[in-house]
Design a protein around this ligand. Structure first.
Ligand code: SAM
Ligand code: SF4
Ligand code: FES
Length: 481
């Protein structure tokens, strides 16, 4: 397929094969089209608002030894610091007063704070009415659970690379499978999950970057941070070539095309390589920026790589600087918490029980709305039926589509719309016997509506009613001898 057609496919279907991603990554002939497509998808799915997350780099101590990172334990040249819990809370409090709705707590990995201290920090910051993102590395499931219970909402843990061999070479002593285990635990515990990769690690291939992107999608992450690897002379990779701004931007743009409704930061490392890097990121698929709200010399000491931006600036200056830049490119700073839409719904159903109750409520609504659907009225029994399970599987697949369409529906109409959508889907399966046949039908042209496909009608409640009515007619004619 021609590269331009691959971009078109990605923009419309949000799906590419590994080979297609590799082809996109290998050529730079159509980069402008790729970035423009990612920008359109960003606008369509997550809008023009940019979410700001205030980043607190609370300790540069680390007991790991990633070859690429300036915080690695064996880097004796680095002066280490460990902020007191009260200082961390104070920085967070200032960030909240400055209007930040999310505070990101990032640090090296290790036991530099007791469990009690961490829980106290999380609880105190949560009381400021902000969302909390943690980025503190690999922990046990039990620890993740404790932080979540204390109020942490999101977690950032980059997979760095999905090439197991490369990963374990880059992070001696760390085990790839444990990284993946952490990501799954975090997701199961209801965190909004952030991951991502480093672009330009020594020995990394385009195929491997394509695998990273497909991994993000398969994992169902809510946020993806992609950044160039920038060699640090105080590490064993000081002489490495490092990643480029352009390739990082491409990996980010393709990620947007394939995961249209997630949150994607324009990463700080991108701006270390290009003075306009974050704005170019925002114009190529990103919708998040993480300004530093750490104060004083700690910014400089959190030295992952050389050329870090804003090391001599204050939180107030960065906030106004970044706001002006965002407005300059015709975008606006969001006033909300900036949850991923889909995950915001999920976080309401914090436990599996809540989720089941929600599902049962939906079914009750559906049954009440249309008894003739033939699913019976015994809700508890209904949940156990094969037919219901089939509908649920199907509903999961349609979820992405529903999320997208829902954005166009006014808030007060959302619930009614969702019920009608589910009703139409269930009825469709009822009539056609299985989801795939129903999908074939829904993509067919509806002669009665000027040749549009039935699918075009499902974007409004009225359209959905037409679909339901037609399904009723098909059902009736099917039942005639
Ligand atoms: N210790 C935690 C972890 O590793 O997940 C969180 C802090 S760590 C410093 C945050 C991120 O910094 C890592 O996920 C890595 O991708 C990035 N990083 C480290 N060294 C870097 C470098 N030389 N260039 C660009 N990014 C780097
Ligand atoms: Fe430590 Fe994270 Fe740096 Fe690895 S990337 S050395 S875990 S701070
Ligand atoms: Fe820090 Fe511009 S964002 S100075």
């Amino acid at each position: 397929m021609a590269v331009i057609d691959i971009i078109k496919k990605a923009e419309t279907k949000h799906d590419l094969t590994r080979q297609e991603i590799v082809e996109l990554l290998k050529t730079d002939e159509h980069d402008a089209e790729l970035f423009a497509a990612a920008d359109r998808v960003r606008k369509q799915f997550v809008g023009d608002e940019v979410h700001l997350r205030g980043l607190i780099e609370f300790t540069n101590c680390c007991s790991q030894n990633c070859l690429y990172c300036g915080l690695r334990q064996d880097n004796v040249k680095l002066e280490r610091y460990r902020l007191e819990p009260e200082t961390i809370i104070e920085f967070a409090s200032k960030a909240a007063s400055d209007g930040y709705k999310t505070v990101v707590l990032q640090a090296g990995e290790g036991e530099f704070y007791s469990r009690e201290e961490m829980l106290q920090i999380i609880k105190s910051i949560k009381a400021l009415d902000v969302a909390i993102t943690l980025s503190i590395g690999e922990k046990t499931r039990e620890e993740y659970q404790a932080y979540r219970d204390a109020g942490a909402d999101r977690y950032l843990l980059r997979i760095e690379t999905t090439d197991k061999k490369l990963y374990e070479k880059m992070s001696p002593g760390m085990i790839f499978e444990n990284r993946v285990r952490c990501l799954h635990d975090l997701k199961e515990l209801g965190y909004e999950l952030g991951t991502g990769c480093l672009v330009g690690l020594p020995g990394q291939t385009m195929e491997s970057l394509a695998d990273d992107i497909l991994f993000f999608k398969e994992l169902g992450a809510d946020m993806i941070g992609v950044g160039p690897f920038i060699p640090n002379s105080d590490t064993p990779l000081g002489d490495a070539t490092g990643g480029t701004f352009e390739l990082s931007l491409k990996v980010m743009a393709i990620t947007r095309l394939l995961m249209p409704d997630i949150n994607i930061p324009a990463t700080t490392a991108m701006e270390a390589l290009n003075e306009n890097g974050r704005m170019l990121g925002l114009q190529s698929g990103a919708n998040v920026i993480m300004p530093n709200v750490t104060e004083g010399d700690y910014r400089r000491l959190y030295a992952l790589y050389p050329g870090k931006i804003c090391v001599g600036d204050t939180p107030a200056h960065c906030r106004s600087c970044v706001t002006a830049k965002i407005e300059d490119i015709g975008r606006s700073v969001s006033q909300g918490y900036g949850y991923r839409k889909k995950a915001a719904v999920r976080s309401m159903a914090k436990t599996v029980i809540n989720r089941k109750l929600e599902i049962m409520q939906d079914i009750a609504d559906v049954v009440a709305m249309n008894k003739e659907i033939g699913l019976g009225q015994d809700i508890a029994a209904l949940v156990e039926t094969e037919k219901y399970k089939q509908c649920e599987d199907f509903a999961t697949k349609m979820n992405m589509e529903l999320t997208v369409i829902e954005q166009k529906v006014p808030d007060e109409a959302k619930r009614a719309y969702r019920i009608r959508f589910k009703l139409a889907m269930m009825k469709g399966i009822e009539v056609f016997g299985e989801p795939s046949l129903f999908l074939q039908w829904i993509d067919k042209q509806a002669d009665a509506f000027g040749g549009e496909a039935w699918r075009c009608l499902i974007t409004s409640a009225e359209g959905l009613q037409k679909v339901i009515d037609e399904l009723g007619r098909i059902s009736e004619s099917n039942s005639q001898p």
